[in-house]
Design a protein around this ligand. Sequence first.
Ligand SMILES: Cc1cc2nc3c(=O)[nH]c(=O)nc-3n(C[C@H](O)[C@H](O)[C@H](O)COP(=O)(O)OP(=O)(O)OC[C@H]3O[C@@H](n4cnc5c(N)ncnc54)[C@H](O)[C@@H]3O)c2cc1C
Length: 438
Amino acid sequence: MRAPRIAVIGAGPAGLGAAHVLVRGGAEVTVFEGADEVGGLARSHVLWGHTVEFGAHLLLRVDPRIDALWDELIGDAYVSVPRSTRILTGGRWLRYPYEPLDIVRTVGLAETARCAAGALRRGPDGPDLEHWVTARFGRPALELFVADYVRKLLGAEPSEIDAGFAATLLGFARQPSLAATARRVMRRAPEPPVVRPDGGVGELPRRMAADVVARGGTLRLGTRPQALAHRDGAVCGVRVDGQDERFDHVVSTTSLAVLAGGLLPAPDDIVARARALRLRGVVLVYLRVHGGVPFADQWVYVTDPSRPVGRIANYDAWRPPHAPAAPETVLAVELGGADDDPLWQAPDSELAARAETELRDLELLGGGTVTGWHVLRLPRVQPVPLVGSGVATDAVRAWVEQIPGLTSTGRFGAFANTGVHESILLGMDAADAVLAAV
Ligand SMILES: Cc1cc2nc3c(=O)[nH]c(=O)nc-3n(C[C@H](O)[C@H](O)[C@H](O)COP(=O)(O)OP(=O)(O)OC[C@H]3O[C@@H](n4cnc5c(N)ncnc54)[C@H](O)[C@@H]3O)c2cc1C
């Protein structure tokens, strides 16, 4: 029997997770990647001699399948450092994920008592994040810990956001389970350490891609299929440069909006639902900072809605424990969000000046001097889980699932704020299902 021929669209973590499983399962795999390099949003690049990512890209090793992948492809070539991430909210610095004792220490007994009293007067549950939080923790906790965070991150009110986002927000999505997270909090066990390959986060997808190729897979960079070939309602290949190339199955990690009505004809209501799924962009300003380590966290997050700055990553915080501070570091400052935010149109020099001023105001530059800047605009990278988007996503995914020969997965196929490891796992799970079916 011949090996099944599978096309994978996208060489980000999800596409490579799928390809990793498919080549090992004996499939003949071709990965089509529109960009000139692999890694998608998890790729690394070098600025002023420092390896950086799109923002912080914190990775935790909390899944056995990821552990096996990591051991095989990365081995010991990584640093592991204690997690240190903080949020500036209401003028106070809190550890994140939130820790009960830290909250009491930082916000004080009176405010804690107000939150506790609020938790006793919980509101009714509902489909949105505001109801979800107030039903479990009360309104003061919503205002203190959640509301500004969500406004800044997603550009929407908690009442507009789907309740399902709570798991991601509260850190549960990155833990093995809610129960495990609760046990960790009860034991006051430390957060698992965060890990980063020596060549940056992008080293993981790079090595995954090299392994796929070493096992006989094909990687076609700079190649974006124009359409999916289909016959009698089933997908049977991809169209590249006007030619149909036959495959037994296509695994797509492109967005549902590109897939439904773009790569493949779809009913009008499905196209409308896929296009209505909101994605938000990020403007990243990298600042080269000389002298003085501004802060020791991998990232800090500023929730104050009057400030355009959001998350700030510090790449020097990946220094192995006990290594001396580097004379220079790079900070990645996330600015703005919505693609119609005037900041998106501002000249790079203005964005860089704005980022520097914000950091000085917040006393996050310490004694450091900014000696260089670089601006990147990443449009449509963050799914905004508005209320009702779950129903819309389910409808589009149900349409995809009934098409023989096609699987959609990954951050943009699932329309979820997945992390790198979760995206890899989505790809792996999709590949398992494909191998079982072909
Ligand atoms: C600012 C920011 C910060 C983040 N921080 C973290 C973090 O701290 N920790 C963490 O774990 N995760 C983080 N993430 C999320 C992480 O980057 C994603 O979960 C992960 O990269 C998603 O993998 P993916 O393969 O599903 O999608 P992507 O990474 O987007 O990869 C999809 C790939 O498919 C290609 N592609 C798309 N359409 C086509 C097409 N039609 N034809 C050919 N190729 C196509 C794209 O070019 C891309 O290479 C962050 C993301 C952002 C934007």
